[in-house]
Design a protein around this ligand. Structure first.
Ligand code: 13P
Length: 254
């Protein structure tokens, strides 16, 4: 990302369905000294719901923030198995991933579901990380931009520019997730620029220029610097390589 950029990079770990509460605390104990004093980037770690409270407690007062991997749009109610934003906030959670491709795929989350969650997260003062991205076939057929535009159009529906400041977008090409092969810095940069233009058209210059657009998909210590050297890439959402605190710390300190 550009040194002159006003956007503070965000490096976020998405643990997916890994680690018990005890393992999450051990991770926090290992990570904190490795990134102590690191202020260049915002650092967030997103454990499972079960491990969130103990992880948030372990990193309290440090430069590592706790995030959730999802949330329900309602504050409370008869929604078996769900967790709401006020519940997350009550245990010190500040960030929340919304619309991850795995939730869209396995849990059939729609763009409208993501939109409802985004509106709720903003209302609750959380930092939402909204995931968008295309599958391999869509890229090969030249439909990437159409897919991203649809995800953004619906995902950002009803968002007012004055409320959009906290929104983070994560571009995660689905073909790169868990593949070991990230998008090339060139492809990622070009796609991020397209996303920022689309945000500009909907929400104006100030929002677009301030919005952090993260890249996700096989980010690892060896490719982070190449990806984050791109002016349009404002951080990373890291899956597999975030599970080891040393590897994640290397990514944070790229
Ligand atoms: P990997 O880093 O394991 O490819 O996962 C990316 C991802 O889905 C992060 O949300």
């Amino acid at each position: 990302m550009d040194i002159a950029s006003p956007r503070k990079p965000l490096i976020a770990a998405n643990w997916k369905m890994f680690k018990t509460p005890a393992e999450a605390c051990a991770y926090a104990d290992a990570l904190l000294p490795l990134v102590a004093g690191h202020v260049r980037d915002e650092i967030a770690v997103c454990p499972t719901f079960l491990a969130l409270a103990s992880f948030a407690e372990s990193v309290k007062g440090s430069n590592v923030l706790a995030g959730a991997q999802d949330m329900h749009p309602e504050k409370e109610g008869a929604y078996t198995g769900e967790i709401s934003a006020p519940m997350l906030k009550a245990v010190g959670v500040t960030h929340v991933i919304l619309g991850h491709s795995e939730r869209r795929h396995y849990n059939h989350e729609s763009d409208w579901d993501v939109n409802r969650k985004l509106l709720a997260a903003l209302k609750q003062g959380m930092t939402p990380i909204v995931c968008i991205g295309e599958v391999q076939e869509e890229r090969e057929e030249g439909r990437t931009n159409d897919v991203l535009l649809r995800q953004l159009k619906i995902g950002l529906d009803g968002i007012r520019p004055e409320d959009a400041g906290p929104i983070v977008i994560a571009y995660e090409p689905i073909w790169a997730i868990g593949s070991g092969q990230s998008a090339s810095p060139g492809i990622a940069e070009e796609t991020h620029a397209f996303i920022r233009d689309a945000v500009r058209e909907r929400l104006g210059d100030a929002v677009a220029d301030g919005m952090r657009i993260l890249y996700g998909g096989s980010v690892k210590p060896s490719n982070t610097a190449f990806l984050l050297a791109q002016p349009e890439i404002d951080g990373a959402l890291v899956g597999g390589a975030s599970l080891d605190p040393h590897s994640f710390a290397d990514i944070v300190k790229y």
